[in-house]
Design a protein around this ligand. Structure first.
Ligand code: SF4
Ligand code: SF4
Length: 490
């Protein structure tokens, strides 16, 4: 689902203000004034109880944009500029990658079912008769659900002929496929269990109060520009994210200070070639099926929730890993920055020595705004190495399957199936495939429905992004069996 709402715009605005402050000559005052300038006394669109709470939320969001969580606050009087100074000094961004801003979490009600004004107080009272706990009570001639007795079975909602009973979900808990986010019984606020979290980012997208946020590595990257050989590695899902063409974006990134720019789609070619060979070898020696390995949220899901599936996961490195290894091979001192749609990639990067930092497209957009660069005004940079059509196609669901098929010798029989978006149902399905039978012998898994073009760090409408991606793929050379990838020539 495409999420363009005021909560997401607030996040973008704060990231852009932080980036602007970085490029400013005197950032301290600008940074410290962010909460006041974004929430002036006369602000009318507050969703909080008062302007001061609003400002506190903006302050914590600004801290997250600098890479610090609420838990990092030891002194409430510490100004934002001091966190900025700390960020400039730290050698590496810290884990975890996600945090809940407790003052922003509105402590959504735990009651799941509620009788609305649509209740007619009818004679039948089907809701009352169907309730196994006697939780429906009459109040002023209408049904009222006693939260102390309700067990959230939902029978009353199904029984009401007027659809007068509704289910009120807790959006983040509803979105989480693995039950990793739950209410603290004392504060009523949500907390993330990092032993269960797969960093899929679904809760972050769904929270209507923007209380869940990722900890940005923007400052960590910006401070290397100009002083180190920093290489931007752009994910294939860049298609349709920003105005302007890909060659124009390369020029824009170099104008910001990146020493070089490479397309991760070239690494995707490499992944396709190796993954097809691995699949052939494994299924040839009796394995029932093999799954893809490029989605880190899926890998976290297997590690933490589907251990039976582990033997079936491909060992082939991801496009990001191949690209970073190739960059480091040419320049061992290069600072490698993956720029993509994904929060879980930050976790993959923490486990991979060749990837230094991960930025989302949302952060890239903020940096361009902060640096005052309009991609559409930039000259087109000449492409040094062109990825294949299939390498670029990794960005959308079914793309990895198409690439693996293209890399196999013509006529190789392969029976692919897809998991297009990880949810509770597909997790049950994958568990059955691991322990029972699988309907195919090659399983592509994407945590985000539609693939990476709909990832949590994207800013473009996935429908438009998909069209742009298709156009870009159509202009690219097809991948041939054994592959055309040659990362060494980057
Ligand atoms: S990032 Fe995904 S797995 Fe983690 S708490 Fe949020 S929805 Fe659940
Ligand atoms: S589908 Fe793509 S964006 Fe979504 S979690 Fe997986 S790798 Fe990340």
């Amino acid at each position: 689902m495409f999420h363009d709402n005021k909560a997401n715009r607030l996040r973008k605005e704060i990231l852009a203000r932080v980036a602007r402050a970085f490029f400013a000559e005197q950032p301290d005052d600008t940074l410290n004034r962010i909460p006041i300038s974004m929430r002036p006394k006369e602000a009318k669109d507050s969703s909080r109880c008062c302007i001061y709470k609003d400002r506190a939320v903006v302050k914590y969001r600004t801290m997250a944009a600098l890479g610090y969580s609420v838990e990092n606050e030891t002194d409430e009087l510490k100004p934002i500029s001091a966190y900025f100074e700390d960020a400039l000094q730290r050698p590496k961004a810290a884990a975890p990658v996600l945090t809940v801003i407790d003052v922003a979490c509105s402590a959504c009600v735990t009651t799941q079912y509620s009788a609305t004004n649509a209740c007619k107080g009818c004679l039948a009272r089907s809701c009352e008769t169907v309730c196994p706990k006697g939780a429906i009570e009459p109040r002023e001639g209408k049904a009222w659900i006693n939260p102390a007795k309700c067990v959230n079975c939902g029978l009353c909602m199904k029984a009401c002929p007027y659809h007068a009973i509704i289910r009120i979900p807790i959006p983040c808990e509803e979105a989480c496929p693995v039950g990793a986010i739950t209410k603290d019984p004392d504060t009523g606020r949500e907390t993330i269990d990092h032993t269960r979290c797969t960093y899929c980012g679904k809760c972050l997208r769904e929270c209507p109060f923007a209380a869940i946020t990722d900890l940005s590595q923007m400052i960590d990257v910006l401070k290397t520009l100009g002083s180190r050989y920093t290489v931007a590695m752009i994910a294939p899902s860049i298609a349709g994210q920003l105005p302007g063409t890909l060659p124009q974006l390369i020029t824009a990134l170099k104008a910001i200070g990146f020493a070089d720019v490479v397309e991760v789609a070239v690494g995707a070619d490499e992944t396709a070639v190796h993954e097809s060979a691995e699949w052939k070898e494994k299924t040839g020696s009796g394995d029932r099926f093999m799954t893809t390995s490029c989605c880190p949220a899926y890998i976290e899901t297997v590690e933490k929730h589907l251990p039976d599936l582990k033997p079936f996961v491909s060992n082939t490195p991801t496009p990001m890993a191949y690209t970073a290894a190739a960059v480091r091979k040419i320049n061992p001192d290069a600072v490698t920055v993956f720029i993509g749609p994904c929060i879980a990639k930050r976790v993959e990067a923490q486990k991979n020595d060749t990837v230094d930092f991960v930025l989302t497209f949302e952060e890239l957009g903020a940096i361009l705004v902060g640096a005052g660069i309009d991609v559409q005004e930039c000259q087109e940079a000449p492409a040094k190495i062109a990825p294949s059509r299939e390498g670029r196609g990794f960005a959308a669901s079914r793309g990895v399957t198409a690439a693996v098929q293209a890399a196999l010798p013509n006529g190789t029989p392969i029976d692919p199936v897809q998991i297009d978006g990880i949810d509770k149902k597909s997790i049950r399905q994958m568990q059955q495939w691991a322990t029972g039978s699988c309907p195919g012998n090659f399983v592509e898994v994407m945590s985000c429905e539609g693939g990476c073009i709909a990832g949590p760090g994207t800013i473009g409408n996935p429908r438009i992004a998909h069209k742009t991606l298709r156009r870009l793929c159509d202009e690219s050379t097809p991948l041939t069996p054994n592959g055309t990838a040659c990362l060494i020539s980057i």
